[in-house]
Design a binder for this molecule. Sequence first.
Ligand code: ADP
Ligand code: MG
Ligand code: ZN
Length: 475
Amino acid sequence: MEFEPVIGLEIHTQLATQSKIFCSCSTRFGAPPNTNVCPVCMGLPGVLPVLNQKVVEFAIKLGLATHCEIRLDSQFARKNYFYPDLPKAYQISQFDRPICENGWLDILVEGQTKRIGITRIHMEEDAGKLLHEDGEWSYVDLNRAGVPLLEIVSEPDIRTPQEAKAYMEKMHALVTSLGVSEGDMEKGHMRCDANVSIRPVGQEKFGTRAEIKNINSFRFVQQAIIYEIERQRDDILDGHTIVQETRLWDADKKKTYSMRSKEEAHDYRYFPDPDLPVVHFTREWVEQIRSELPELPEAKLQRFIQAYGLSAYDAEVLVNDRAVADYFEAVANLGADPKLVCNWITSELMRVMNERKVAITDTGITPDLLAELVRLLQEKTISGKIAKTVFEEMLKSGKQPSKIIAEQGLSQISDESAVLNMVREIVEANPDQVQQYREGKTKVFGFFVGQIMRASKGKANPEVVNQLLKQMLDL
Ligand code: ADP
Ligand code: MG
Ligand code: ZN
């Protein structure tokens, strides 16, 4: 039997506000435990929450960017449950009147655009953090309690693990380019719950879903869903029925495992929070925010394709990280060939970013340096191979490429008479191979090129070598 997966994601993104959602405590990451706290976010009795206006503005921004309807009278609700990291025993969230509804986001997968519906986006507060540092004790850190989040709930429109990854990446690109979130995955600024079910191909009714909680990377969302689809398929083929449950992803074992079943699921007893008034704002404010939106990734993608002649794939890779897109434009605007610049970013620079886990602005290679390197390559002062050497040296020393080339004598040798001497030497030193070549074994041509390049330490201009070598061998 053939099965089709059905997937819906709930993404939580932490907002880039200075202060928390209902008090003026700092949201700064990495402060000593329980130093960014006050009676409001510690849940002490007798205090009242006051809504941070910036959170509403960020929610509207994201709502507009995802084509949502914006509710002018949205409401906060209490989601009741007990946990040691939640001192009030309820989370302030939104329930039946969320601020944004009925939007969509387009994703690009294998060259195809696909539209994923967005059911709702709502504002809520984060909980604290539990630290299980030794065997005996657990500690509660409330610095994160009250940090603002947006929860973005998708329609069950996603059909493959790859689409889920693309959707999460696209959402990340969107919130970071809007400035709504810093999007630092290492700090947990974007987490998602993946709802996964499968159904026989052709069946309209959805299967029973499992919800995989708290996935914190693009790679893990894809891996967890791949695993989960397999698990459900095996279970069904073994004659079991899928139970609705919450599962967790174990990144080391690459497996999901059950956390609680539906029977144990919480009944959150949502009700409107009596401490917070309905969130009223005007249509004019919404329109003002719309008029101030920056260029969105979608528009940037089209512009990169048209203005710089990039492929949709290349443009997408650049646009997915706002800092990378800005960097690319800075280098291209310094007169370097856009396609070459894109190649250097997506291969060399992104490798360095991954290895060192740094942003493109922190690799030490400034736009000026890369632009100069690419120009030297374009002007054929250096070959592609030498350019890589120069790049590595730039990473180490931060020196200008022209300086490195001068210091190490790396300029490409294009002067015909100089190259001709090298070619002649190698040809004369290898009479057997010359014989073979002239008898029709033209494959040995590559042998000669290799020898000449080696003799010149990679500096001979390959085009000139090819041309002169061919002339000499074809005599
Ligand atoms: P809950 O509040 O229990 O998490 P929701 O109805 O809000 O439930 O749905 C949460 C997510 O689950 C949404 O993203 C939705 O698209 C997705 N979803 C709902 N039903 C299914 C299903 N049968 N298979 C996969 N995903 C589903
Ligand atoms: Mg859910
Ligand atoms: Zn506080």
